[in-house]
Design a protein around this ligand. Structure first.
Ligand code: SF4
Length: 318
């Protein structure tokens, strides 16, 4: 299978495209994770023709709402940026991007808490969203988006990479065209993945599939609705208890005697993980080993760990 394709703010990947001619490389992404993901740089400000270095731009609140302004010249770049962002968002989705990592605090790329300046005087508020980020998220709610600052937290990094991988697997499953059977198989194979990360998604998504086909919608439309809703559910960081519960369910599906010492060992390891005494990798490795030796290797077991977070080493820290 191909590697997932991750688009990212070009400055995070080391391109010197910031207003001051610098980069702000996010090394885990550009160095370590790049072995396991295909990376695609994107810079909205260079995209609309601003040079490097360039005067700073910012979000400014005036009578016409929030605009993207170059304070030195007074130029309003909003319409230009929105048009570019619409084209580029469609292009990125068309290229099969599975996720997007954006630079925090930028009036173009920031996903949350970007400064919005009052038109005249006063302190900026911290409630804006960069123009490119806003357009991309509105047009592609099925693609996970995050700021690089959040990726410093191993739990958030693991969860984001798992969402990217989930999107990638969905894309591969529908490559030859979606059918009801393919979508139901995909959902069935990812039940443990969903169960480990959200309380209601497994059932709710099952209902979405049934309602879509009952209403006679085309399979591609139901599949897209499925991924949009799935990513909405996955937008919340899962807790240890959910993973522990999913691992117990996975163990329950294995063909093992109830009193087997190997089974006891896994249960102890899951309990230790639940209490925060062991990383998630510990019970997962034991489960993986058990699955390999019990003669009934379940394909869904891999979805508890997911190759990308595991390969990038992030999983070992959560
Ligand atoms: S527009 Fe985005 S990618 Fe370009 S320099 Fe600013 S933060 Fe980086």
């Amino acid at each position: 299978m191909d590697k997932p394709l991750l688009a990212a703010s070009a400055c995070l990947l080391g391109s010197p495209v910031r207003y001051n001619g610098d980069a702000c490389e996010f090394r885990p992404l550009s160095r370590r994770w790049s072995e396991h993901l295909k990376l695609l740089p994107v810079c909205p400000e260079v995209g609309i023709g601003l040079g490097t270095p360039r005067p700073t731009i910012r979000l400014s609140k005036g009578p016409d709402g929030i605009r993207l302004i170059e304070p030195r010249s007074g130029n309003d770049l909003t319409d230009k940026m929105v048009a570019w962002a619409q084209r580029t968002s469609d292009d990125l989705a068309g290229l099969g991007v599975n996720g997007l990592v954006l630079k925090k605090d930028s009036p173009s790329c920031g996903v949350e808490r970007v400064k919005v300046h009052p038109a005249k005087e006063g302190r900026p508020s911290r409630d804006g969203v960069g123009v490119f980020a806003m357009v991309f998220m509105a047009l592609n709610p099925q693609i996970p988006v995050i700021e690089e600052g959040r990726l410093n937290d191993p739990n958030q990094a693991e969860h984001f990479l798992a969402r990217v991988h989930f999107h990638h697997r969905w894309q591969v499953a529908g490559k030859e065209g979606w059918t009801a059977k393919r979508l139901m198989t995909f959902h069935h194979e990812h039940k443990i993945f969903l169960l480990a990360r959200t309380a209601d998604a497994k059932r709710a998504l099952g209902r979405t599939i049934a309602a879509g086909f009952d209403a006679g919608l085309p399979a591609a439309e139901v599949a897209l609705k499925y991924m949009i809703e799935a990513q909405e559910h996955l937008n919340v960081l899962p807790r240890r208890g959910r993973f522990a519960h999913a691992m117990e369910r996975a163990l329950g599906r294995m063909d093992l005697a109830l009193s087997s010492p190997r089974r006891e060992q896994v249960i102890e390891s899951i309990h230790a993980y639940r209490k925060g005494h062991l990383p998630r990798m510990a019970p997962l490795l034991l489960l993986d080993h058990l699955a390999g030796t019990s003669g009934s290797i379940p394909s869904w077991l891999g979805h508890l760990s997911n190759p990308v977070p595991a390969a990038t080493g992030v999983l070992a820290r959560v």
